[in-house]
Design a protein around this ligand. Structure first.
Ligand code: RIB
Ligand code: CA
Length: 313
């Protein structure tokens, strides 16, 4: 089977970095057409820089990296340096990138790439706020039919929220963008906190990353060493949740995940619950299903895949 063509839209972010490394280590299953950076965990100049740092860490300076939107569609940017550090990639000491940032705006790259692609042929993998995706759909609605699937990290149902009591960060930062994406009609697969909070980098799993011994494995161990402190303190968990790599792992091994095809709508009106993914997990409404919302993960299988693939870099 030919590899799935994808665009990764990202706000690196240590977990974004691991998701990108997993994709780049899996050329039989995934062809990364390009990476578009979005403002999220840290401001856009840093996410655009970090995306290139990760490509160079994977030895893939051939991957075009674009800067997209530097703020949400209709709100002030909220960032997460408290989780990811001031660089967004705290932990390892990685060199500044030498590969160039592409001139074209990330949203224009998404539009141009989809316009020149056959119908249902490109998968979009958003790992941050959905600003770039929503703006591309708004600016060029004709591209929507070109999207094979959107596989995104965002939202929550049983886990409710991580940036507010009711909202997950990626959705909360740009709820209007999320609303546009979830109403777009594109097939959507969601990796919510309900799944990612079960993908914890325990010490043995982190030791396994470090034991790979290559630059990527050691860097990933140092990244998770850094960003686990926030979640361990907040949730008392025994490791960092590896949110974004669930997206790229799904493209390689969908069998690692289970979920339901349900209706998911986004709160954009209430200040109290802004950015909440109102997921009809129990089917109590007659609202039409618009997303496959994952609820469980084979965590041991996920980490075995991740460790095996990082060792290839
Ligand atoms: O809530 C977790 C998500 O927000 C992850 O994608 C993390 O990288 C941040 O973007
Ligand atoms: Ca992210």
């Amino acid at each position: 089977m030919s590899p799935r063509k994808i665009i990764i839209d990202t706000d690196p972010g240590q977990d974004d970095a691991v998701a990108i490394l997993l994709a780049l280590a899996s050329p039989d299953e995934i062809e990364v057409l390009g990476i578009t950076a979005v403002a999220g965990n840290v401001p856009l100049p840093l996410t655009a820089k970090n995306a290139r740092i990760v490509c160079e860490l994977a030895g893939r300076t051939d991957i075009p990296v674009f800067a997209g939107c530097d703020a949400p569609l209709a709100r002030k940017l909220v960032t997460a340096e408290h989780v990811h550090g001031k660089t967004g990639l705290d932990g390892p000491n990685l060199p500044d990138p030498t590969m160039p940032l592409q001139e074209m705006h990330g949203v224009d790259y998404i539009i141009d790439t989809l316009r020149s692609a056959p119908a249902n042929s490109v998968t979009l993998c958003p790992l941050g706020p959905l600003t770039n995706i929503a703006k591309a759909f708004n600016d060029a609605p004709d591209i929507i039919e070109k999207v094979q699937e959107i596989v995104l990290m965002g939202g929550a149902y049983f886990e409710v929220g991580n940036i507010t009591p009711t909202a997950e960060f990626n959705i909360y930062v740009d709820p209007e963008a999320a609303d546009i994406v979830f109403k777009s009609g594109v097939p959507i697969t969601v990796m919510p906190l309900d799944v990612t909070h079960k993908a914890l980098v325990t010490q043995p799993r982190n030791d396994a990353f470090r034991a790979i011994g290559n630059t990527a494995g050691i860097a990933v161990a140092q990244m998770t060493d850094f960003f686990e402190r926030f979640d361990k303190e907040k949730y008392g968990s025994n490791g960092a949740p590896l949110h974004d790599p669930c997206v790229t792992a799904y493209l390689i091994r969908p069998d690692l995940f289970t979920g339901r095809h349900i209706n998911v709508e986004i709160e954009t009106g209430s200040d109290l619950t802004l950015g909440m993914t109102v997921a009809d997990w129990w089917g109590v409404t007659d609202r039409p299903a618009n997303a496959t919302f994952m609820g469980d993960i084979d965590a041991d299988g996920f980490f075995a895949l991740l460790t095996e693939r990082l060792a290839r870099l």
